[in-house]
Design a protein around this ligand. Sequence first.
Ligand code: NDP
Length: 337
Amino acid sequence: NRRITLTARPQGLPRTSDFQLETQAAPEPAEGEVLLRTRFLSLDPYMRGMMDEAGPGYAPGVRLGQTMVGGTISEVVESRNPRFKVGDTVLSNVGWQDYAVSDGAGLTPLGDLPQPSLALGGLGMPGFTAYVGLLDIGEPKAGETVVVAAATGAVGSVVGQLAKLKGARVVGIAGGVDKCRHAVEVLGFDECIDHREPDLKQRLAVACPDGIDVYFENVGGDVLDAVLPLLNLHSRVPVCGFIAHYNEKGGAHGTDKRTQLLATILARRVRMQGFIILDHYTDRFAAFRRDMSQWIAQGRIRLQEDIVDGLEQAPAALIGLLQGRNFGKVVVRVTDE
Ligand code: NDP
């Protein structure tokens, strides 16, 4: 049984010397267990975070000496569990090794899926990520502009195609001419921009003449810089990943402020939404006035005022407010006549 363990924590880009191939006897299944033989192992960007001691921000890292984690498609080659028979193909999570035993928990039978490896891609975790992130959080509408980077990757390729199904205009961003051509000619994106060429900002602006309504965040970095000025009013940004930052010192736990922001939004599932109160008067003001008047009358909301007498005191009072010298809502009593 071969397995690959983590032997060193990478600084920046991982090196092959951070991993070690070990050979040991295949494990024996006990009563209630099955022996699995790995057919396919999924490799995914989150694994970079798993190589850091603190993990990617939502799960602990792999311990040194431990088998690298990963989604797998396995075949049951020995069964002492009545739920599985020899020859069954299952979705599993046994990591980077040839054989593993399992008590059956977390195994999903795949039946006769014609192309089982798809259960690690478009029909599995990455496809599902695209589906939920785009449809439930991005909510693209016909005619809107959707931008996605890592456009030919496991997640991005599905994001763009789903957005096309919803009638959006889709602009992909990918690394290299071949990937860009594939995005347009095979995946059906309207345009695809090579982020390795210069002038990304200008080229993205030209490709998005009506701005961007949905930016599906996969990468961060220079792509995010190019996207920000183009975001439309009420645009949506599902924060799925930020791979351009994964090899930075400290990764999700490093000192770069932008990485910290993206990592926190992602790992804490933060919904961060800008708003301007002027937009809400028509819909919400009457309800607010009714509720607030009642709460004040009941003593459930207390209001502190900081009254300043005389219009001439206004400049000093404003400066004081900016320095925290006010205590409560500053109101200038211009006249009490
Ligand atoms: P991909 O198959 O897209 O592979 C990664 C791709 O990222 C590379 O091929 C490359 O594409 C692109 N990339 C790498 N570095 C950079 C960079 N510096 N700037 C721009 N692009 C870069 O991976 P996945 O589809 O599996 O994952 C895509 C994203 O989705 C990742 O951020 C991942 O962490 C995230 N993810 C999040 C999940 C969640 O639950 N939130 C679940 C699954 C994935 P190119 O050459 O085209 O630039």
